[in-house]
Design a protein around this ligand. Structure first.
Ligand code: BV8
Length: 247
């Protein structure tokens, strides 16, 4: 059993039913067995992310980039939502003013039952045609020869946001609005290094939100957050849901 103190202010904000914003990163999926990006055992360990997650890398070698994403699709399909994902789904069911904004592309929040997930960096389970066809869902575990091609003949790419690519402006604007309206922000499982996602907790804090960070490690956010709970999301989140009085 993880024991950690819950500040009076955190308890008050969980109990009083104000807008709660959750901002999640790869660490929330770590207990489902999915590798994070940075840190020991991370996906980028031994690899240069700029060689796998940029439009230039894809243009230069679409097959290698697709091997990386095909591997991640298969990993994500084999993974199951963990108690952290289940807790976020309970928060959405228990509070009509709960908002979930994720940097994750693995689809585990949706599989845990969250219906309104704002995906800042896209999804492994959507493909984009480099021609003019519509972006579409694709849950196939066998994409055939890599790189996959659209029926129109053009290359298909994962519908994720690579480094140097802008986020969807409407998605980012909505996330910034949630940050400005939040009474409590739960930042879980992110190294708080990637912008503009990493700016959201600061936007919320400056607008009066109470910011709690859930991460076994400290990050650049830790000294600015109101409280840093040094624990895993799978252990901490169910406890926060309990304090919020949500079954
Ligand atoms: C853009 C692809 C502009 C998808 C990824 C300032 C403003 C704007 C941009 C920038 C800026 N400064 C720098 C930039 C450029 C860049 C950036 O931020 N670089 C950083 C590295 C310095 N940003 C961009 O390029 C963005 N684009 O702003 O474009 C623009 C505007 C107009 C026109 C043209 C351009 C695009 C950013 C998105 C990049 N795409 N990946 C994919 O393959 O997934 S980034 C990658 O990192 C993932 O998407 C992920 O979402 C993101 C963040 O990683 P985390 O989720 O935090 O994961 P990480 O492994 O880092 O950390 C895990 C954490 O979990 C750790 O802290 C660990 O301790 C913790 N943990 C572990 N276990 C647990 C746990 N926590 C809880 N419980 C556990 N059990």
């Amino acid at each position: 059993m993880v024991s950690f103190a819950i500040s009076n202010e955190l308890r008050a904000r969980l109990e009083r039913g104000g807008p709660i914003l959750a901002l999640t990163g790869a660490g929330v999926s770590a207990e489902s067995g999915l590798a994070t990006f940075r840190g020991p055992g991370g996906m980028w360990e031994g690899r240069d992310p700029m060689e796998l997650a940029t439009p230039q890398a894809f243009a230069a070698d679409p097959e290698t980039v697709w091997r990386f994403y095909d591997w991640r699709r298969k990993q994500a399909a084999e993974a199951a939502p963990n108690p952290a994902h289940v807790a976020f789904a309970a928060l959405e069911q228990g509070r009509d003013s709960f908002r979930l904004v994720t940097q994750n592309v693995d689809g585990l929040h949706e599989r845990a039952g969250n219906r309104d997930v704002l995906r800042l960096h896209g999804s492994l389970w959507r493909l984009r045609c480099l021609g003019d066809c519509e972006e579409h869902d694709n849950l196939e575990l066998d994409l055939g020869p890599l790189p996959p091609r659209c029926a129109c003949g053009a290359l298909l790419r994962p519908a994720v946001v690579w480094f140097g690519e802008p986020l969807d402006p409407a998605v980012l604007h909505r996330a910034e609005q949630f940050a400005e309206e939040a009474d409590l922000v739960i930042v879980a499982g992110t190294s708080a290094l990637v912008y503009p996602a990493a700016a959201l907790p600061e936007i919320a804090r400056l607008a009066g939100a109470y910011v709690v960070e859930v991460n076994p490690e400290t990050t650049p956010l830790s000294e600015r957050a109101d409280v840093h709970i040094a624990g895993s999301a799978g252990a901490v989140l169910p406890r926060l849901v309990e304090v919020a009085g949500i079954a």
